[in-house]
Each structure stands twice: as structure tokens, then as C-alpha cells.
Write a protein that binds this ligand. Structure first.
Ligand code: NAD
Length: 361
């Protein structure tokens, strides 16, 4: 199969971690008979330095012409970098918001997995961590409270601010379909999270999700109120497979879920549109404090590349191979500095990439 992948190395550790993800993808291609066609584009600070803007139209067109985008990370030190003296629309992060919009990426996926080997990093009680967890938080990314009408007014000398939470049934249906499709590739359970006891938008959410569920008889659906879900994530995270939720609830719950894994360098993510197209990136930032030192953990980016194989290319066997390689390397005791533990072998970014690629061979 020919895979046309647009790469955004970006800033900080971005180029280092993308290089390792490519190393792993190239090994997958060799082992499984695929051909990778990479095209690099500039975004964020790297684009500002060359073009004066964080994303050019040409870069967007290149991204649109490929099958998927694999991104490192963008941005610099927000207190010292000259990029942050520019007006907000010209700063690195504006490039990321613009590309998400241009590519119509409405579904954000963030897996939260607790690896047996990294249980010590989990901040939960031992007996809860021992049960492990492997969940996928599926967050609607382009609607809801963050995008509804906003205004600040003054009435009789009293300042008042209004944010509007709007969803139409089509926006709910398309993310619900994605959520159920992804559950079909996993353990076939969806927990739809809302606040249907008080919000009209949540009641519509619940009824549309119920309609979509009828087309997926193999998937078990449960509804959960968001406050309960926030508690269950720390009390019994093993119960979750796919958590399907709207924009603001997903923003908060995905950060909570990632924190309970305890290791930022391991967290992958994907943002999808209604085709197979997606943008895949680690959940962490560009880590300017460690850039260029060959100490960054490339695993979150490698796992994002595995998500790309699974969700944009339907190459489940290849994605499994990458995920197994990560487990095996951890089982063998190799760690980058951020996940280092007593008795383990410390390796740099490049060596971690080599180890992962070797396991795939
Ligand atoms: P960060 O995630 O870059 O770093 C937080 C801490 O985690 C740092 O100590 C860093 O060294 C460490 N860290 C992060 N990733 C690591 C990895 N792979 N291996 C080892 N250690 C790792 O967050 P920040 O410092 O708040 O942000 C730095 C820059 O990244 C900012 O400009 C911010 O806007 C940007 N950012 C970009 C994205 C993105 O591109 N999607 C996301 C978040 C932050």
C-alpha cells in the first residue's frame, strides 16, 4: 500500500521525535510491504522564521493532498521566545488552530493507557493501578461552548458575560458514529458522557447517541453524567473503553485521564474528520527545555503513528506491531529520562527509536 504522509516536525523536540517515528514507520513499511511517501511542511515557529506566518496556504494545500498528517509539536518558550512578542494570530499556536479548522478535524481521540511497567508513575492507589486501564477519550472538537456565541454586556451597571452551548444533531451524529466505529476496533463498549439532568444540549446528545447505537448492536452503550465520570476515572478507570463526549467535558476529562497515566511522554492523540483523514500528534508540547539534547521520549509520537496506521489506513496488524514493540521495549527495561525508574536502562531519543524499530524487525 502507498501511504502519503505529510509530516510537520515543528519546533523544539518536534524534529527529533518525528525522526524516530519515521524510523519506526520505515521499518513497518519494509516488514509489511508498504511504501511511505513523506512530504514535510513547516508550521509554528519554524514557519514564522521562514515565512513570517505560522502556517501558509501552500502548507495547508500540501496537507490536504496527503492521506494523513503526522506532527511533532509546535511552539517555543512562551516567556523568552520572540515568537510570543508577535500578535496572537501570528504566534505558533495559531498555525495549529488554523490547520485543524482547514482540515475540518472535529473528532479528537486521546488514548490513556497504563502500562504494567509504568504503574509506579500512576498517582492512583496501588490496588486501582494494579487493575490497569486502556481507554480512548473521544472529544468533539469544533462545537459546543468554546465555539458558541459569546458576549459581555453591562445591565444596570452590572457586568454580565454570556457563553452559548450549541450542538445540532448532525454534529452529534458524526462524532457518535466515529466513537462507535472506534469501539468496534476495541473492546466494543461506549460510555457517552453528558449532563442530561440539567442541559438541553446534553439531552439532545443522549437521544442522538441512542439512535446511532441502534446501528451497532455489538457495542454496549452506557450513559454517564460528567460529574460521575470525573469520579469514576480515579475510582475505577478499568471500566472504560471508549468515552464519547462533547468539547468542554472532553477537554477536562482527557486531561484528567492522561494525568492518571503519570507519563506525559507516552500520550498519543489523533484528530479526525469525516473521511479517513487525520492529524496525529503527541499530547505533549515542544519541550523547548530539552530540545536538541537527544533526551526526549519519542514514544508518544510513535504511538500517534500507530494510531495513524490504524485509523487512517486500516492497517490494524501493523499498528498492533508498533504497540507491541513499545510494550516489549518497556518490558526489557529501557527508559528515556522522563520515565526512568530504578534498575532500568536509560536511553536517549535516538536509541529508543532504534530499539522500537529493532523489535518490529
Ligand atoms: P510541554 O509538554 O512541552 O513540556 C512540559 C514538561 O514535560 C517539560 O518539562 C518537558 O521537558 C517535558 N516533556 C514534554 N514532552 C516530553 C517528551 N516527549 N519527553 C520528555 N519530556 C517531555 O509543555 P509546555 O512546556 O507547557 O509547552 C512548551 C511549548 O509547547 C509551548 O510553546 C506550548 O504552547 C507548546 N505546546 C504545543 C502543543 C502542540 O503542539 N500540540 C501542545 C502543548 C504545548
Amino acid at each position: 500500500m502507498d501511504l502519503r504522509i505529510t509530516c510537520i516536525p515543528g519546533d523544539g523536540i518536534g524534529p527529533e521525535i518525528i525522526a524516530e517515528a519515521k524510523k519506526v514507520l520505515d521499518t513497518v513499511a519494509k516488514q509489511y510491504g508498504h511504501t511511505m511517501h513523506y512530504t514535510d511542511i513547516l508550521m509554528g515557529g519554524a514557519s514564522i522564521d521562514v515565512h513570517g506566518v505560522p502556517l501558509t496556504k501552500e502548507a495547508v494545500e500540501t496537507a490536504k493532498s496527503g492521506d494523513a498528517v503526522l506532527m511533532g509539536s509546535i511552539g517555543g518558550d512562551t516567556t523568552t521566545s520572540p515568537w510570543y512578542r508577535l500578535e496572537p494570530s501570528l504566534r505558533p499556536e495559531a498555525g495549529l488552530l488554523a490547520i485543524r479548522k482547514e482540515l475540518n478535524l472535529f473528532a479528537n481521540l486521546r488514548p490513556a493507557v497504563l502500562y504494567d511497567e509504568l504503574v509506579a508513575a500512576c498517582p492512583l492507589k496501588d490496588e486501582i493501578a494494579a487493575a490497569g486501564f486502556d481507554m480512548m477519550i473521544m472529544r468533539e472538537l469544533t462545537g459546543g461552548l468554546y465555539f458558541g456565541e459569546k458576549r459581555t454586556i453591562e445591565e444596570n451597571g452590572v457586568r454580565k458575560a454570556v457563553d452559548t452551548l450549541v450542538y445540532d444533531e448532525n454534529e452529534i451524529r458524526r462524532i457518535a458514529i466515529k466513537g462507535f466505529d472506534i469501539a468496534m476496533k476495541r473492546r466494543k463498549k461506549v460510555t457517552s458522557v453528558d449532563k442530561a439532568n440539567v442541559l438541553a444540549s446534553s439531552r439532545l446528545w443522549r437521544s442522538v447517541v441512542d439512535e446511532v447505537a441502534k446501528k451497532y448492536p455489538e457495542v454496549t452503550l452506557e450513559h454517564m453524567l460528567v460529574d460521575n465520570c470525573a469520579m469514576q476515572l480515579v475510582k475505577d478507570p478499568a471500566q472504560f473503553d471508549v468515552i464519547l463526549t462533547e468539547n468542554m467535558f472532553g477537554d477536562i476529562l482527557s486531561d484528567e485521564a492522561s494525568m492518571v497515566t503519570g507519563s506525559i511522554g507516552m500520550l498519543a492523540s489523533a484528530s479526525l474528520n469525516d473521511t479517513k483523514f487525520g492529524l496525529y500528534e503527541p499530547s505533549h508540547g515542544s519541550a523547548p527545555d530539552i530540545a536538541g539534547k537527544d533526551i526526549a521520549n519519542p514514544i508518544a509520537t510513535v504511538l500517534s503513528a500507530a494510531m495513524m496506521l490504524r485509523y487512517s489506513f486500516d492497517l490494524d496488524r501493523e499498528a498492533d506491531a508498533v504497540e507491541s514493540a513499545v510494550r516489549e521495549v518497556l518490558q526489557s527495561g529501557y527508559r528515556t529520562g522522563d520515565i526512568m525508574a530504578e534498575g532500568c536502562i536509560k536511553v536517549g531519543c535516538r536509541q529508543m527509536g532504534d530499539l522500537l524499530a529493532d523489535r518490529i524487525k
